[in-house]
Design a binder for this molecule. Structure first.
Ligand SMILES: C[S@@+](CC[C@H](N)C(=O)[O-])C[C@H]1O[C@@H](n2cnc3c(N)ncnc32)[C@H](O)[C@@H]1O
Length: 259
């Protein structure tokens, strides 16, 4: 995240963020202890971080499609640079692992595979779930596929292509959705479009995770709109992640939690 509003945003977040004492919802209290604050060193963490370390030292170069550029231009990029710039940090990967472990979803989708670091954290927490990870850059997705084989995670389904084309097919293939990680296109319009496309599929146990909700003022506006959605019940602001739960038995309430 690189924007000049971040330091101000962070101070505002720290003022609002609550620890365990301010949480009166039993569900959120449990989420806070088991997902946000838990320090367990799960068995799968070390191999994923070992893979990241190897990627950081890779000498390979792959062809990448840049979806931020006009005309989705292609260019060659060092694997180590992609790993350093795009992959989720270990602290956040671990949080995703604990969240998936806590929610035990059946159908999971990730928008934005890159080299597959976040995919692995989520998949390893619930390997029996149907995990679909979507990536527009074919070279990047293939490289992630190799990483999945190395990590014995062959059951992950990779979908390759621009979200514009692949998302309708993915949605059609799913009966219901229990988990979506939005980490592909951090623009308000696109984020809102993807959010609304998944909404009709959400199960009662579903959670949506939005990465980089403060990446830009535009993205923060999207997050503000998302928490107003009537079918979203509990929503949680963890500064860079935004979590949205849809359990209709829960009271609609927004939490800003210290992470
Ligand atoms: C931040 S990276 C994902 C990082 C990954 N989740 C991780 O933490 O390891 C975002 C990825 O989304 C892909 N992406 C961005 N816009 C896209 C689009 N419109 N269609 C398909 N893929 C897209 C990019 O190619 C990039 O690899």
């Amino acid at each position: 995240m690189k924007n000049i509003f971040l330091p101000i945003q962070y101070i505002a977040y720290l003022f609002k963020a609550r620890g365990a004492h301010g949480i009166h919802s039993p569900f959120v209290y449990e989420l806070y202890h088991k997902v946000v604050k838990d320090k367990t060193e799960f068995y799968d963490f070390a191999p994923i971080e070992h893979l990241r370390e190897r990627l950081h030292h890779s000498k390979e170069v792959i062809e990448v499609v840049d979806f931020g550029a006009v005309g989705n231009s292609k260019y060659n990029k060092k694997v180590k640079d992609i790993a350093k710039r795009s992959a989720i940090p270990a602290k956040e990967g671990r949080l995703l692992f604990r969240l998936v472990n806590f929610m035990q979803p059946r159908n999971m989708v990730e928008m934005g595979t890159s080299l597959g670091i976040s995919t692995l954290y989520q998949h390893k927490a619930c390997p029996e779930a149907n995990m679909i990870t979507m990536e527009g850059s074919p070279g990047t997705s293939s490289y992630a596929g190799v990483n999945f084989r190395i990590m014995k995670a062959d059951s992950i389904n990779r979908v390759v292509g621009d979200f514009k084309e692949t998302l309708p097919e993915v949605i059609k293939s799913l009966p219901l959705i229990d988990y979506v990680f939005f980490d592909g296109n951090h623009r308000k319009e696109a984020t809102m479009e993807y959010f609304h496309k998944f909404l009709p599929l959400v199960s009662d146990r579903c959670v949506f995770v939005f990465d980089d909700i403060r990446w830009s003022t535009d993205m923060y506006e999207a997050w503000k709109e998302i928490i107003e959605e009537s079918s979203a019940t509990v929503t949680v602001d963890l500064f860079s992640f935004g979590l949205v739960f849809f359990n209709p038995t829960q009271v609609k309430q927004h939490f800003v939690l210290r992470y």
